[in-house]
Design a binder for this molecule. Structure first.
Ligand code: ZN
Length: 323
């Protein structure tokens, strides 16, 4: 058996394991996660129903991230071993999806994160087109809720000329601690080098949004059945968004869980993209435990499109089951 066949076989075993795993009793059925679902990237959106609430995932495009930047403290042998154990070729660089969520609850259309707009990476900034593809007029969005202030989540909130909000009729909400960090004029100086450009951009977007931007704290109800959950570490005030209706729950996890293998199977690996690496690890462990214990569905912003799945325990860690 050559290496490719071994990988294929290992992948098959992993896949069978996932398929054989018992579906979550309440949440998964309510979420309508078909077992073994694999969605083509060409598909414009994926739709879930959480009680009375509809959740749609659309893509803003993809982003490339170097391995050395993402995993500054991990030996490449350890990364290779993790991927091979899962029947996958180790990555030469990470290609991250950008899964933006649209929540329809009552009369409200709540967008969770706004993508990166035209000025970040050429492969991203596709959100407006993606919304039109599913017949959603950006002007019909009533709320834009940010998980955090990084470019790929925030910069798309302003129009292509950076003159005003892209979602002109929406109330915009950012976590209090997150807003305090990015609107602090000393942040571009105190931030690590990789974050300085993002800090300047975030400050500019916050200024452009002006009075259309509000702040909210942890547990604040943002819309019926939609509230913030504090998940700090990736950024100082990073928030996840919990959707709850009819006894089912879905966590929109932003960048708390970013990689389908590493974030779940090696949640204690420090990530170069996390501002406070220790806090981010503690947040990941607590979030994984909660999602597995309470059988809460997950949407991960950078997980393979549409980033919908569930968390299961395996050994001392977890796995991501995408359907
Ligand atoms: Zn991100």
């Amino acid at each position: 058996m050559n290496q490719n066949e071994k990988n294929a076989r290992a992948g098959g075993a992993t896949r069978r394991t996932l398929l054989a795993a018992a579906p979550l009793a309440g949440a998964a059925a309510a979420l309508g996660l078909p077992p073994g679902l694999r969605l083509a990237h060409a598909r414009a959106s994926e739709t879930l129903t959480i009680g009375d609430i509809t959740v749609r995932v659309v893509s803003d495009g993809t982003l490339a991230l170097p391995v050395s930047f993402t995993l500054p403290e991990t030996a490449s042998d350890d990364l290779d071993a993790l991927y091979r154990e899962n029947g996958q070729e180790p990555p030469r660089e990470f290609t991250n999806q950008t899964n933006v969520v649209l929540i329809e609850t009552g009369e409200r259309r709540v967008l969770v994160d706004a993508g990166s707009g035209p000025n970040f990476q050429a492969t991203a900034g596709k959100l407006t087109d993606a919304l039109y593809e599913i017949d959603v007029d950006p002007q019909s969005v009533t709320d834009v809720v940010f998980t955090h202030g990084h470019a790929d989540h925030l910069w798309g909130a302003v129009d292509d000329f950076e003159e005003g909000p892209r979602f002109a009729n929406a109330r915009h909400v950012m976590g209090e601690a997150e807003h305090a960090y990015w609107s602090d004029p000393t942040t571009p100086d105190t931030a690590p080098d990789w974050l300085k450009g993002l800090a300047l951009g975030a400050a500019r977007v916050i200024e452009t949004l002006g009075g259309a931007l509000e702040t909210a704290g942890a547990d604040a109800e943002l819309a019926p059945g939609v509230r913030y959950v504090a998940t700090p570490g990736h950024s100082p005030g990073h928030m996840s968004v919990l959707v709850e209706s009819g006894g089912a729950q879905l966590m929109i996890g932003g960048d708390a869980l970013t990689n389908a293998l590493i974030s779940f199977q090696k949640p204690d690996w420090p990530l170069g993209t996390d501002l406070d690496r220790e806090q981010a690890i503690a947040t990941r462990l607590a979030l994984l435990d909660r999602l597995a214990t309470d059988e809460i569905g997950l949407v991960g912003f950078h997980l393979p499109f549409p980033g919908i799945g569930r968390v299961e325990r395996r050994g001392g860690a977890f796995i991501y089951a995408s359907g």
